[in-house]
Design a protein around this ligand. Structure first.
Ligand code: GLY
Length: 426
């Protein structure tokens, strides 16, 4: 026994020495991000408790000249598309929305992630209450956004606090989503408004996670099959040769493409930052759920495009990758958070994934800095600052957005899981 102990001493000494010399990684930025999130979410949940609404953003105005400079054009059509400026008493205030707004699932989803990270029961109780508000959404059939709305709220509820009702609610929602799939065209229709014949936006890739989830919950492959078909048709028609994505593709009824354009980007041929983020996230999910290598290769190509096009040194992109490279160009923290979340997952799927993880880490550290992370009690209760919703509409330019917060929390959760970190040890 003694002999054996002494024989292993040199080895132990080496281990002890190498442990002592390895610098301990500083995770205080994660702790700070989670603590701010936790405080801001609780504060908001408390303040809006009687409204039966959800927080979306802070209302901001715009100046036409500034928007024109960003868009580098001044056409009458653009001016016609502008949303009216909010009335002065609303500027700087938290904007609440009803459950039918496409962003309604993000606030409950952020509560779920922050509960998951901290184990804080108060966050769980708020998460349950705000998720329950969305119960009527299971009947909505007029938009593709039900995937965002219900998978971020009920989907996370089912993961973290399952009960018998949740699968039924998610299945009903998914049935409404797949009813928007046209077998001949091969995609799920996004919008029912506008003059397009059959519009599909790249954002729709994000609704597929609901379908994958419901296939697993029900054992019925139909949801997953439709998701896969949507992803394949989108892969064929939504992307340019450099793997950047159009925002809107509208189809003729025979499945040919009617037109390719943008709704929220700088112009039809530009690379709208959040659109590229939705794309890389969506194809990463598709690979996770199907194991189809074509999706993984595609996600990698989009990721490489994003990294080659970013102009900002902190990797929080301008609102469009083709926006003017000027100090006053608004960033989109939401695109950064979505990209970070996708890249963390993607980094685990490919042999050379470290550069994706490094990129995501830089984004997350920067989002957790004072430049983007709110101070507790400020920012109208939102976690992050500096996102852009739709600059061509003069809408939500350089403001907090609930989905930036959601994907930031998701990315932190993914990062911690990957690194084997626990909140209590940070
Ligand atoms: N899905 C709408 C957006 O990304 O703004």
């Amino acid at each position: 026994m003694k002999k054996h102990f002494f024989r292993s001493l040199p080895v132990m000494a080496v281990i002890v020495m190498s442990c002592a010399s390895a610098p301990k990684e500083d995770h205080s930025w994660i702790r700070k991000g989670i603590d701010v999130a936790s405080a801001q979410l609780k504060l908001t949940a408390e303040e809006i408790a009687d409204s039966a609404k959800l927080p979306r953003c802070i209302s901001v105005g715009y100046e036409l000249d500034f928007l024109c400079k960003q868009l580098e054009h001044q056409s009458a059509t653009f001016k016609d598309s502008l949303h009216p400026n909010p009335s002065p008493e609303l500027v700087g205030k938290r904007q609440l929305v009803g459950v039918s707004d496409w962003t309604s699932g993000f606030f409950p989803g952020s509560l779920w992630y922050t509960y998951e990270l901290t184990g804080d029961q108060a966050l769980k109780q708020y998460a349950i209450a705000y998720t329950n508000l969305l119960y009527p959404v299971r009947e909505e059939a007029g938009t593709h956004d039900v995937g965002f709305m219900m998978n971020c709220s009920y989907g996370n509820a089912g993961r973290l606090s399952p009960n018998d009702t949740i699968p039924t609610v998610l299945k009903q929602t998914a049935d409404n989503l797949i009813a928007r799939f046209d077998t001949g065209i091969g995609v799920i229709r996004s919008w029912d408004f506008g003059t397009w014949n059959y519009p599909v936006i790249i954002d729709n890739m994000m609704n597929l996670d609901l379908l994958f989830n419901v296939s697993k919950l029900t054992g019925n492959p139909v949801y997953k099959d439709i998701a896969g078909k949507h992803a394949y048709t989108t892969m064929k028609n939504h992307f340019r040769p450099d793997y950047s994505s159009y925002h809107v593709v509208s189809y003729n009824s025979d499945g040919t493409v009617e037109l390719k354009e943008t709704h929220q980007g700088k112009n039809a041929e530009s690379s709208w930052s959040r659109g590229q983020a939705w794309a890389v996230y969506g194809y990463t999910s598709c690979y996770r759920e199907t194991g189809d290598k074509a999706f993984l290769d595609f996600a990698g190509k989009i990721a490489d495009l994003i990294m080659s096009r970013v102009k900002t040194s902190d990797f929080i992109p301008y609102w469009d990758y083709d926006a003017p490279d000027t100090p006053e160009t608004p960033r989109d923290a939401s695109a950064a958070a979505i990209t970070a979340s996708a890249f963390i997952e993607l980094s685990t799927m490919v042999p050379d994934g470290k550069h994706y993880l490094d990129y995501a880490t830089t984004i997350l550290k920067n989002l957790s800095s004072d430049t983007y992370l709110a101070k507790v009690g400020e920012n109208q209760g939102f976690i992050l600052m500096h996102s852009t919703g739709s600059l061509p509409h003069g809408s939500e330019v350089d403001t907090p957005l609930n989905y930036a917060d959601y994907y930031y929390m998701e990315a932190l959760e993914r990062y911690m899981k990957l690194k084997g970190l626990e909140y209590k040890n940070l």
